[in-house]
Design a protein around this ligand. Structure first.
Ligand code: SAM
Length: 463
């Protein structure tokens, strides 16, 4: 495509651009005159021809229409649909360059959003396996115009599905199921949910594997139970795949972007899989939270334990505890641990996991962290020595931060998958009361722009 003779910063103009950074949304970033241009699927060090797409006075999004010079950090993607699929953003970026961009992302968030001038951000804990690491994949289902079933991920920023028969970031033991189960669903004639007409039933195919045990759960998310012959088909899948331990249906009849509905029924086999994590046995259901990268979650936990160096005498509150993935290993090194979690099924699973591992110094409470946290001093008979926070991407509600400041534990560990909300919340905690001692990022999501971090805080002043 020819370069416009005098690009005027209009939609459709083509400019030449040197890509210098990676943005937190995953796009390559370059500067053209005094404006910023975000270009997906480009790599720092690339010189590219870019067509301007969404043009604003100071910035624009663009589409790469040709590489003039490729960056030394540009690699061949492991995935054949890497440029289309919205699942990964950095398949073309060499792994060391991904790690340094993620480190920079955490530093930038802490300085720009958190207002911290000097923070010790340790090097990112790198993944030994930057591919084949995901223990869970949930694929939306849709039909092509010709009526063929597609399962895959959406194109970035759209609801258009990119069909996949394998995915190089997921555990390769799931690939045969993805390709073949799709064919069986089509052969059964089950009606696929259509977002536009809101007709049909089947919405998602979800696969979850215990990386250490190899056990797999297959879950169909459906608007109804109108799936003729499901018991026979489920048993056929169990017979065909020796690692498959359960087939389930999750009922989600609501008009929502949320994947999981409130009710899950086991159709054949068992309702949960078993996994080993941090030397403990965990039972995991399809819809409960469990980090998608088992080995890296464990590496981060080890870094947290090393930093805390617990003496065995501490009382700990683990807020947003899920099924007890952090609570149980920490409880083994402490006197007493309380986990707080709003999802009742996760609490039930956490209690079961404590029982399986014979860990008796833990208690799990169902409900909102905002409501439980102010009651923790009374409940424990003292101020907890440590509070662990591990909220969803949106971070902590300001009410939770106020409650934490009122509770004033000696130490806080804040685990986060979103540097921006982490930095925002740390700013509030560190205004007067706490000092941020260091931040440990860990790469739980190689090939993507996502990064997990643990921030360590100590209370200022005397106790
Ligand atoms: C990022 S996960 C962390 C789970 C766990 N710490 C782990 O490492 O597996 C966040 C958890 O917080 C729970 N959650 C979300 N909002 C909550 C709230 N307001 N009160 C209590 N729990 C909440 C979710 O159900 C989810 O299990």
């Amino acid at each position: 495509m020819p370069l416009t003779s005098a690009p005027a910063w209009r939609q459709g103009d083509i400019i030449e651009l040197a890509i210098t950074d990676l943005g937190s949304g995953g796009e390559g970033v370059g500067r053209w005159e005094d404006r910023v241009v975000f270009v997906p699927n480009t790599v720092p060090g690339d010189r590219v021809r870019v067509q301007l797409m969404r043009v604003k006075p100071t910035y624009s999004f663009g589409k790469s229409v040709g590489i003039i010079t490729a960056s030394p950090d540009r690699v061949r993607p492991a995935c054949i649909v890497a440029d289309k699929c919205g699942g990964c953003q950095w398949q073309a970026v060499a792994y060391p360059a991904q790690l340094s961009a993620k480190h920079q992302q955490v530093v930038d968030a802490l300085t720009r959003i958190g207002g911290f001038e000097q923070v010790a951000v340790d090097p990112v804990l790198a993944a030994a396996e930057p591919l084949g690491y995901r223990n869970k994949a949930t694929y939306p289902l849709a039909l092509t115009q010709a009526g063929t079933l597609k399962a895959g991920y959406y194109r970035k920023g759209s609801h258009r599905l990119v069909n996949l028969n394998q995915c190089p970031v997921q555990d390769s033991r799931l690939d045969p199921l993805l390709a073949e189960v799709k064919q069986d669903i089509q052969a059964q004639g089950w009606k696929i949910y259509d977002e536009a007409t809101r007709r049909g039933h089947l919405r998602y195919l979800s696969l979850r594997i215990g990386r250490r045990t190899g056990q797999i759960l297959l879950t169909l998310v459906s608007r109804s139970l109108k799936l003729d012959n499901i018991e026979v088909q489920a048993q056929a899948w169990l017979d065909r795949y020796p690692n498959l331990v359960g087939v389930l249906i999750n009922l989600n009849w609501k008009q929502t972007n949320r994947i999981w509905g409130p009710e899950t029924q086991c159709v054949a086999g068992q309702a949960d899989l078993e996994e080993e994590f941090a030397g403990l046995r965990f039972q995991i259901q399809p819809a409960t939270f469990f980090q998608v990268n088992t080995a890296q979650a464990e590496q981060l936990l080890q870094a947290i334990q090393a930093e805390l160096a617990l003496s065995g005498q501490e009382t700990i509150v683990d807020a947003y505890c899920g099924i007890g993935t952090l609570t149980l290993p920490l409880a083994q090194q402490a006197r007493r641990c309380i986990g707080l979690e709003s999802h009742a099924e996760s609490v039930a699973q956490a209690e079961q996991n404590a029982a399986i591992n014979q860990i008796e110094n833990v208690e799990f409470l169902t409900g909102d962290v905002a409501e439980w946290l102010p009651k923790m001093s009374d409940k424990l008979g003292k101020i907890p020595d440590l509070v662990v926070l591990d909220p969803p991407r949106k971070g902590c509600d300001p009410v939770v931060l106020d409650a934490l400041l009122a509770l004033r534990p000696k130490r806080i560990v804040y685990v986060s998958c979103n540097p921006a909300t982490l930095a925002r919340d740390l700013k509030q905690l560190c205004q007067d009361s706490y000092r941020l001692t260091r931040v440990q990022p860990a790469d739980l999501f190689p090939q993507t722009a996502h990064i997990e971090s643990a921030a360590f805080l100590v209370a200022q002043g005397s106790y």
